[in-house]
Design a protein around this ligand. Structure first.
Ligand SMILES: Nc1ncnc2c1ncn2[C@@H]1O[C@H](COP(=O)(O)OP(=O)(O)O)[C@@H](O)[C@H]1O
Ligand SMILES: [Mg+2]
Length: 230
């Protein structure tokens, strides 16, 4: 197995008036290529903060993140935005689709931002929509889709650039149990076929068992990492 992500002693402190919130305190773990890991822990334990740092959306207060052996550079050069655009996908709890765009257009957005020729981009977007079972609904807007379908569009969008890592923040938090399970099955299956690793934050024990690995967090720290038995 090849190491994809190596997280070393990561800390993040937010100012809160005269106090400080220590959202992450010395977090270390690694993720292999293609692995599916769940980040499990109660609300407020630092899951979203960790995903934001790994996605390059915020800079750590201390520590280091190696992606493919290279440290993420938070110094403001272009390498971080290139990494975000090409190698990392993001799925959110509230789907975050563009309301005036169709399902197909939503999936195409990351390709357009990358400057991909429209024809090539469209074929790739259609391939992904088909993988998530939505080819028949490609022309619908988000409001004309169910929650589960909207999340499937968001998964297709996250994968359209062929990322090596997908970060998912409570992706089933806004779905009923049955729909949530179907979305997790799909996430697992599509990421496997796309050879994309997944790090999924959840506070649900049941959801966490979709992964190969469970990373347990509490109060900004990792207190256990163990494989899921199947
Ligand atoms: N931008 C911010 N400013 C101040 N405090 C924050 C900010 N983001 C998160 N926090 C705090 O950091 C801690 C971890 O939050 P978060 O990562 O959102 O947890 P989780 O996703 O596990 O619910 C919480 O105490 C939260 O209030
Ligand atoms: Mg969160």
């Amino acid at each position: 197995m090849t190491l994809l992500l190596d997280v070393k002693n990561l800390s993040k402190t937010y100012p809160a008036g005269s106090e400080k919130v220590r959202a992450l305190q010395g977090v270390s773990f690694h993720l292999e290529e293609g692995q599916f890991a769940s980040l499990m822990g109660p609300s407020g334990c630092g899951k979203s903060t960790l995903l934001h740092l790994l996605g390059g959306m915020e800079a750590p207060t201390a520590g280091e993140i190696l992606f493919d052996g290279r440290p993420l550079s938070f110094g403001g050069d272009e390498s971080l935005s290139l990494l975000r655009r090409n190698s990392i996908g993001f799925v959110f709890q509230f789907f975050n689709l563009l309301p005036h765009f169709t399902a197909l257009e939503n999936v195409e957005v990351p390709l357009l931002l990358k400057g991909e020729p429209p024809a090539a981009g469209r074929a790739r977007a259609l391939e992904l929509l088909s993988k998530v079972g939505l080819d028949g609904k490609k022309d619908r807007r988000p409001s004309q889709l169910s929650g589960g379908e909207q999340q499937r569009v968001a998964i297709a969008r996250a994968l359209v650039n062929g990322p090596r890592l997908l970060l998912a923040d409570e992706p089933t938090g806004n779905l009923d149990t049955g729909t949530g399970k179907a979305v997790l099955d799909l996430l697992r299956q599509v990421c496997l076929s796309e050879r994309c690793a997944v790090l999924m934050a959840t506070h649900s024990r049941e959801a966490s068992e979709w992964g190969d690995l469970i990373i347990m967090m509490r109060d900004g720290q990792i207190n256990a990492i163990y494989p899921v038995r199947r």
